[in-house]
Design a protein around this ligand. Structure first.
Ligand code: FE2
Ligand code: FE2
Length: 187
């Protein structure tokens, strides 16, 4: 793989290391949120999508070496350092020392966990669909710490703070992105 990684090439790489439906769905959801965030910032949607898609590349096969293995794999494949840094930054303070600096890195850090919360909120509706998802209901679930307790609310808030955006706005953008790609996102 050379300098210019295409979206289908990125997906092929992801699928090579990720067989499970849930993690593939997560990749698509983060990708969709990233696309919407790129549009918000007037940046390269395709690049942000790929960064979102690849962030958990090694998680299924190497959960204990998450990020370390992904870095190795991506370097071996000659993947653009832009994506390697974004991947490392998504786990800043938890598994890596790479602090999100760019808008893309800060967005990925934020929407990774947030997309998980939105997905969990959707599963509560009878339709289980993103179509019925509202900002209000996601914000309510955000405040209810017992709901999907594993999702780190402080991590999300830290991301919003880095972005200089209120949580409400990021939630709105992410719901929009997931709605736009609802089939890809598994809804
Ligand atoms: Fe991760
Ligand atoms: Fe993730």
């Amino acid at each position: 793989m050379t300098e210019e990684l295409s979206e289908p090439e990125a997906w092929e790489l992801l699928c090579e290391y990720t067989k499970g439906e849930a993690l593939r769905k997560h990749a698509r959801q983060v990708e969709s949120c990233m696309q919407a965030m790129a549009r918000h910032f007037g940046q390269d949607e395709k690049a942000w999508q790929i960064a979102g898609m690849l962030h958990d590349l090694d998680y299924e096969m190497y959960p204990d070496q998450h990020c370390i293995k992904a870095k190795e794999i991506m370097e071996e494949r000659g993947i653009d350092p832009l994506y390697i840094r974004a991947m490392l930054c998504h786990a800043w303070g938890e598994r890596t020392q790479e602090k999100p600096e760019s808008e893309m890195e800060k967005s990925l850090f934020t929407v990774d966990e947030l997309s998980g919360l939105i997905n969990a909120a959707c599963l509560v509706y009878p339709s289980k669909s993103i179509e019925d998802c509202t900002k209000k209901s996601v914000l309510k679930k955000f405040k209810d710490k017992r709901f999907s307790a594993k999702i780190d609310r402080d991590h999300i808030l830290q991301g919003c703070e880095m972005l200089g955006m209120p949580l409400e706005e990021v939630v709105d953008i992410c719901i929009g992105g997931m709605k736009e790609n609802k089939e890809l996102c598994g809804f």
